[in-house]
Write a protein that binds this ligand. Structure first.
Ligand code: PLP
Length: 408
C-alpha cells in the first residue's frame, strides 16, 4: 500500500506528503464505517462477518441498541465532572463487578487495560511496602499486559522491550505454566504475581487449574498478591464471568477493560478490600477514569450481559465452533475457552486470515499457524455455521494455491 493509499484508508486528505497518523500500526486493510451485531460494513457498503470484535472488545456486537441508548441519554445529560465529585453510575457498576467476582472487593476505574494494570502494579507496590519491602512483580513469558513503560516490562516478550530501554525496574519473568520456575522467583522482594488465565496475545494459551491453584497456594505461603489480568478474557468471553473462575481460585486483584464498555474506553482494577485499603486519597488518579459516559456504557453492558447470560452463550457458541472446525481438513487443534479460541492450522495462518478478509470474514493470525476467533458473545448459530464454512473454504483455497506453487 502506498503512502497515499494509506492516507486515503485513514480518511486523510490524499494530497499530503505523508499520512498524518504515526506509523505505530501497519496500513489498514479496510476502513469500516458502520456495524450491527456480528456484521461490519466498509466504505463501499461491503459486508463482513466480524469474528474478532475489535480484539475481544465488542462482546455484545456492534451498535447494541441498549448500549447506544445509554450513551445517547448520558451524552444529553452529563459528560464529565471530574473525580472531585460523585457520579451516578460508578457505584452500581463497581457493585456489579464486585458481585460477579464473588464480593469483598473495591474497584478503581481507568480508561484502558494498560491503565487498569498500572493501577494493579502501583497497588502491589504500596501494599508490599515499596522499595524497602516487597516491590517486584513476577509475570510469565508470552504474556501481554499493555504498552505503557511499566506494563510493557510486565509483558513477558523481551523482543518488545528492546527499543524502549531502560524500562522501569521491578519486573521478573518466568516460564508459562511452570510452578517450579515461579516458586524459584518468589523471594522476599516479590509483591505480586501477575498472570492471564489464557494468554491472549501470546497465542490463546490457557492456563490449567493445577497451575492456577498452585500459584494461589504459593502466593499464600509467601505473602505475595495473586493478580489476574482479565483484560481480554473477562466479562463472559471465556464461558465464565471471569476466566480464572474455571480454575476455582480467588485472586487478590483482577484487572479488566475491553468488553466492559463494548467499545467505549473503560478499564477497571478490582482488589480485595484489605488490599485496596493500601491506597489513600492522592495515591492514584486519572482525569477520565469512571467518567459518566464510560460508566453509563458499562452499566448498560453489564445489564445486557446478565440478562443474556453471556457466559452460558459463550460456552454454547464455543462448543459449536469447536465441533464445526475440528473435522475441517487443515485444522489440527482448537484451543481456548468459550469464545476466545485459537484454531491451529497445518498451513500459514496469515494467508488464511488474508483470504478470509477477501471473502468478507474478519479473524486474525495470533501466531504464524493459528487463527484467533473472538466473535460477539451474542453470535447466532447460523452465523457460527457460516463462519465455519468460510474458514473451511479459505483453508482449502490457501492449500490449493500453495500446492500450485502460488501462495496467496
Ligand atoms: N492485558 C491484556 C491481557 C490484553 O490483552 C491487553 C490488550 O490486548 C492489555 C492488557 C492492554 O489493554 P489496552 O490495549 O486497553 O491498554
Amino acid at each position: 500500500m502506498t503512502a497515499v493509499e494509506h492516507a486515503a484508508a485513514m480518511g486523510a486528505p490524499t494530497d499530503l506528503e505523508r499520512c498524518p497518523i504515526m506509523p505505530t500500526y501497519g496500513p489498514p486493510a479496510v476502513q469500516f464505517v458502520r456495524g450491527e451485531g456480528s456484521w461490519l460494513w466498509d466504505r463501499d457498503e461491503r459486508r463482513y462477518l466480524d469474528l474478532l470484535s475489535g480484539l475481544a472488545v465488542t462482546s455484545l456486537g456492534h451498535a447494541h441498541p441498549e448500549v447506544a441508548r445509554a450513551l445517547c441519554d448520558q451524552a444529553h445529560r452529563l459528560l464529565h465532572v471530574s473525580n472531585l465529585f460523585g457520579t451516578e453510575h460508578n457505584g452500581p457498576v463497581a457493585s456489579t463487578l464486585d458481585r460477579l467476582l464473588g464480593g469483598g472487593g473495591q474497584v478503581f476505574f481507568a480508561n484502558s487495560g494498560a491503565e487498569a494494570n498500572e493501577c494493579a502494579l502501583k497497588l502491589a507496590r504500596k501494599f508490599g511496602g515499596g522499595a524497602a519491602g516487597r516491590f517486584n512483580v513476577v509475570s510469565a513469558y508470552g504474556s501481554f499486559h499493555g504498552r505503557t513503560l511499566a506494563t510493557l516490562h510486565a509483558t513477558g516478550q523481551p523482543a518488545k522491550h528492546e527499543a524502549f530501554q531502560p524500562l522501569p525496574e521491578g519486573f521478573r519473568h518466568v516460564a508459562w505454566c511452570d510452578l517450579d520456575a515461579l516458586e524459584a522467583a518468589l523471594d522476599e522482594t516479590v509483591a505480586a504475581v501477575l498472570l492471564e488465565p489464557v494468554q491472549g496475545e501470546g497465542g490463546v494459551m490457557p492456563a490449567t487449574s493445577e497451575y492456577f491453584q498452585g500459584v494461589r497456594r504459593l502466593c499464600d505461603e509467601r505473602g505475595v498478591l495473586f493478580m489476574v489480568d482479565e483484560v481480554q478474557t473477562g466479562l463472559g468471553r471465556c464461558g465464565r464471568w471471569f476466566a480464572h473462575q474455571h480454575f476455582d481460585v480467588v485472586p487478590d486483584v483482577v484487572t479488566m477493560a475491553k468488553a466492559l464498555g463494548n467499545g467505549v474506553p473503560i478499564g477497571a482494577c478490582w482488589a480485595r478490600a484489605d488490599v485496596a485499603a493500601a491506597f489513600e486519597p492522592g495515591d492514584h488518579a486519572t482525569t477520565y477514569g469512571g467518567q459518566p459516559l464510560a460508566t453509563a456504557a458499562a452499566r448498560a453492558v453489564l445489564s445486557v450481559m446478565e440478562a443474556e447470560d453471556v457466559p452460558g452463550r459463550a460456552m454454547h457458541a464455543g462448543d459449536r465452533f469447536r465441533t464445526g472446525l475440528l473435522p475441517v481438513p487443515g485444522v489440527t487443534a482448537v484451543r481456548g475457552f468459550g469464545l476466545l479460541l485459537a484454531v491451529e492450522l497445518d498451513l500459514d495462518a496469515r494467508a488464511v486470515a488474508a483470504r478470509l478478509l477477501t471473502d468478507g470474514v474478519i479473524v486474525n493470525a495470533v501466531t504464524p499457524t493459528a487463527l484467533r476467533l473472538a466473535p460477539s458473545l451474542l453470535i447466532s448459530d447460523d452465523e457460527i455455521d457460516l463462519a465455519v464454512a468460510a474458514v473451511a473454504a479459505a483453508i482449502e483455497a490457501v492449500a490449493l494455491a500453495a500446492e500450485e506453487g502460488n501462495p496467496s
